[in-house]
Design a protein around this ligand. Structure first.
Ligand SMILES: [Zn+2]
Length: 363
């Protein structure tokens, strides 16, 4: 990926803001963009010129309203760029290629029967990426990989757990980039999921938590329009908050972690208890970081989301009863089981805009 300078970053923020509006699909005028993003029409002209030069935006006809010159409209060129997203778990690889609007052009699923050693794993990831690299028009920007943590997104390294873990410490980003000869980005699955969700609904998730329920339980946070990483790239590891004293031992060294108790409840067929654990985790999270939207996503919760969402809504109503002015909306991911793969691809697209962490959008 190209390095970004402060000036790049400022330009990138403006470009990303205009593209976020254009991503909604309807052609938009210069004055409408200026009004929505609260910048001058002259500034919008410069941004549009820059985006058109890069082929990301094009003119889309004119409209006439009242006397004077007709107004030119602009739209995003969805086929101008593509990115591949890979969602890696211990047993499965889910792959997509998306266009500049985040629309899926093609998807693939691969069951991985066993935990492959790192060189074999990198070859598998590369094979899946190669199978998608010629799908769709436009420039292929790179490959995003989303996987369960602990992952250091800055370093592109899977940190691993204390369990015997053949992937522990693997510099997956570097190895895969060398293998494919193209840019690669590695991130925690929940953060990739939040980017994917925010991408689908520009401007909606300014203060939001995405609760991801896959094999583990984690969350990603967007606070004041910034996706939060934290000092060790671990922000949002809600699965390791204790929900039962002296409960089930967790690989992290503690007992009664939400992740372990939730999984055990599901395995015992106690779905109601599992939903209650999720609900308490969400109320704790809302109390701690003050978000107004909670998005529920992930393969495990996707099938039976109604019970979980009802339990969360109920717990929020009870848990926030002393603060009637606080309203938290609970939503289901709009991306289904594609969420993490799509999000990893969207992270690559965002990088092209120059400002990877910011999801600037309209009011
Ligand atoms: Zn734990």
């Amino acid at each position: 990926m190209r390095p970004t300078t402060p000036l790049d970053r400022m330009a990138g923020a403006h470009d990303a803001a205009v593209l976020a509006v254009a991503r909604r699909g309807d052609p938009v005028s210069r004055s409408a963009l200026a009004q929505e993003l609260q910048v001058t029409p002259q500034a919008i002209s410069k941004i549009l010129a820059r985006l058109m030069e890069r082929g990301l935006v094009e003119e889309a006809g004119t409209v006439t309203s009242g006397p004077g010159k007709p107004t030119t409209l602009y739209e995003i060129v969805s086929g101008s760029r593509r990115a591949i997203g890979l969602h890696l778990t211990r047993s499965r690889l889910h792959s997509v290629v998306v266009d500049l609007t985040g629309e899926i052009l093609e998807r693939r699923e691969l069951e991985i029967g066993r935990l492959q050693p790192v060189p074999e794993l990198v070859a598998t990831l590369a094979d899946e990426a190669r199978a998608l690299q010629d799908v769709g028009p436009g420039i292929l920007l790179g490959v995003g990989v989303g996987m369960p943590g602990p992952v250091d997104g800055e370093e592109g390294v899977y940190r691993g757990t204390s369990d015997p873990d053949p992937w522990r410490g693997a510099p997956i980003r570097r190895l895969l980039a060398e293998e494919l000869g193209m840019p690669v980005l590695l991130d925690h699955d929940s953060r990739a999921a939040l980017v994917g969700e925010a991408w689908s609904q520009p401007g909606l998730l300014r203060n939001a938590a995405l609760l991801l329920v896959e094999d583990g339980l984690g969350a990603a946070l967007c606070l004041d329009d910034q996706i939060v990483r934290g000092a060790h790239s671990h922000a949002g590891e809600i699965g390791h908050t204790v929900v039962r004293m002296d409960g089930i031992p967790c690989p992290c060294g503690r007992r009664g972690c939400a992740q372990m108790e939730h999984r055990a409840a599901l395995e015992r067929g106690e779905d109601e208890l599992a939903a209650r654990i999720l609900a308490e985790v969400v109320v704790n999270l809302v109390r701690l970081v003050d978000v107004d939207r909670v998005v529920l996503g992930g393969r495990t919760v996707h099938e039976q989301h109604e019970a979980s969402m009802d339990a969360i809504r109920e717990a929020l109503t009870a848990g926030l009863s002393d603060e009637p002015w606080v309203h938290v909306e609970v939503m289901l991911s709009t991306r289904g089981t594609d969420l993490i793969a799509v999000g990893a691809a969207c992270e690559v697209l965002e990088h092209e805009y120059g400002l990877p962490q910011v999801l600037v959008g309209p009011e």
